[in-house]
Design a protein around this ligand. Structure first.
Ligand SMILES: Nc1ncnc2c1ncn2[C@@H]1O[C@H](COP(=O)(O)OP(=O)(O)OP(=O)(O)O)[C@@H](O)[C@H]1O
Ligand SMILES: [Mg+2]
Length: 508
């Protein structure tokens, strides 16, 4: 059978070679997983296939014919649908405009608004965005919702015209039930002959949804095999070239004194009051489905929410400070690591070094453009190496890093700030398995030194690996709290669904 796409002899260098004589083939109707560490070159390969980036040399065919796109217009005309890792959406446009941007239905002289809304609604229904009006401005959506809009946009091409659907980490911000919905769509489409390239760091998902998986390391495909012949440990070994270190399972541990007292806290976005006592040397996880209010709760704790009621009291060595605004929180050494690195974390156009040390700049004299002192530079370099950030040096611009490596720089920034109360929203989104392990080790170390952490994660495995207690939210209510040793995946999921009864069917 003629392959849908074949890639041969593909070379691409930036300052150093990224892809070397790479060869890959995807069959019609196949869901082909592509995995590799952060910075391995997955997005670069995808950008080349879609004509967004030029290869230094390559020979590509699509359904047996030579295919050499030089722009996204070329690849769209050939039926390549793409959902990008760093979302290709425009914040100031509405959902419907974003979805149909590249394929506005035209009547004789102008855009047919009614047709746009109708088509957008159908696509939104498919990806699971039922309850949001299509005319909502994109900027009002959560990261997970934006990710679903990106998918709807990719699917906006007429189904019979899409030959190859390319998904670059389409589920990194999604909860497991939202991801399941995405997987259902992909499987359905593949049955009717569509080919899919699926990139993800959620290796269990890759093995479950893909029929074939390829591993990219050192610029070449190291392995291509049927997914039912592989385990996630096989993939990690091929991705990193080494065995995965295993963290020995934690036993319940003693925590320290009360550090953060949350008393009857509520806000416009988290209306049901919640009380929680967080201790020194403690990591508390927050679990829940999409829309359960996890990020909203973090924002309320940090003083960032509208109509905030109740109290948050920070206690250090017996001295109490009332946290009544984000300003007081920041001044008193509380760190909030936001979920959406693109809009809330990265200083675009600045170096890795600047991006890692900026949290500590308050301690430096001079303006923000001041030269970063040698000590800061050294700390930054050490963290970059400990977290395995793949870069050419700390003076490289952060924009040049792969998505996962940008995330690691943000973590490095906070790791070297002097915070001892941390609110982390999806800290390892898009980070590969080996680096995730390194980040977890750093977080445990900070905890052992006395820090208090509250972590939101869509991956239950991440919470059960790290936390001393897990608070479960359901439909903007705190419904259960489990100590280490008391939880199971079933108990956590049952609690997460408890207040979302109508949506149970959706999760399948
Ligand atoms: N415009 C650029 N200029 C210089 N180097 C770049 C540029 N774009 C990417 N790179 C480098 O190419 C390498 C591959 O990056 P790419 O984004 O393809 O990785 P990835 O496999 O998608 O990683 P992730 O899992 O983090 O998304 C990285 O080392 C990155 O720093
Ligand atoms: Mg990438």
């Amino acid at each position: 059978m003629t392959a849908r796409i074949t890639i041969k002899g593909l070379n691409k260098s930036f300052a150093t070679p990224v892809l070397k004589q790479l060869a890959l083939q995807v069959a019609p109707g196949s869901i082909h997983g592509l995995v590799g560490e952060n910075g391995a070159g997955k997005s670069t390969l995808i950008n080349i296939i879609c004509g967004l980036l030029a290869a230094d040399s390559a020979s590509l065919t699509l359904d047996g014919r030579a295919y050499h796109p030089t722009s996204r217009t070329d690849s769209l005309a050939e039926g390549l649908a793409l959902a990008s890792q760093e979302l290709s959406l425009i914040e100031t446009l509405s959902i419907e405009e974003n979805i149909l941007l590249s394929s506005f239905p035209q009547n004789a002289v102008s855009i047919d608004r009614r047709a746009v809304r109708q088509q957008a609604k159908v696509l939104m229904e498919i990806v699971g965005l039922r309850n949001i009006p299509p005319q909502t401005q994109l900027a009002h959506l959560s990261l997970a919702e934006k990710q679903l809009v990106e998918l709807a946009k990719a699917l906006s091409m007429p189904a019979d015209r899409i030959k190859l659907l390319i998904l670059d980490e389409p589920t990194s911000a999604l909860t497991s039930s939202q991801a399941d919905q995405v997987h259902k769509i992909i499987k359905q489409r593949a049955k009717s002959g569509l080919s899919v390239i699926y990139v993800s760091h959620r290796l269990d998902d890759v093995l479950c949804v893909c029929d074939t998986v390829s591993v990219l390391r050192d610029g070449v495909i190291q392995l291509t095999a049927a997914s039912n012949s592989l385990t996630s440990n096989d993939l990690i070994r091929e991705m990193s070239g080494e065995e995965l270190l295993q963290h020995s399972g934690d036993e319940p541990r003693e925590t320290g004194d009360l550090r953060l007292g949350i008393e009857q806290l509520s806000s416009a976005d988290f209306p049901e009051p919640i009380s929680l006592q967080c201790h020194a040397r403690e990591i508390i996880g927050i679990a829940g489905l999409a829309g359960a209010g996890r990020s909203e709760l973090l924002h309320a704790i940090y003083g960032l929410a509208a109509d905030r009621q109740g109290r948050v009291v920070l206690n250090r060595s017996g001295a109490n400070v009332l946290i009544d605004s984000a300003n007081t929180a920041a001044k008193n050494g509380m760190a909030l690591i936001a979920e959406d690195r693109k809009s809330q974390g990265i200083f675009s156009g600045k170096s890795i070094s600047f991006n890692t040390t900026v949290a500590g700049l308050g301690k430096l004299s001079g303006n923000l453009g001041a030269i970063i002192p040698k000590r800061e530079q050294r700390v930054s370099e050490e963290l970059i190496s400990r977290l395995k950030v793949k870069c050419e040096g700390t003076l490289q611009s952060i924009d040049r890093l792969s998505g996962g490596n940008q995330q690691k720089v943000l973590i490095a920034r906070w790791l070297q700030s002097e915070s001892d109360v941390w609110l982390l929203d999806e800290p390892t989104r898009g980070v590969d398995a080996g680096s995730k392990f390194a980040i977890h080790e750093q977080l445990r170390k900070l905890r052992d030194q006395g820090a208090t952490m509250i972590i939101v994660s869509s991956e239950l495995e991440e919470l059960t690996a790290l936390c001393d207690r897990i608070l479960v939210l359901s439909n903007k209510k705190a419904v259960a709290i489990f100590k280490r040793g008391q939880w199971s995946k079933e108990k956590l999921l049952a609690a997460a669904f408890s207040e979302h009864k109508g949506e149970r069917a959706l999760a399948g």
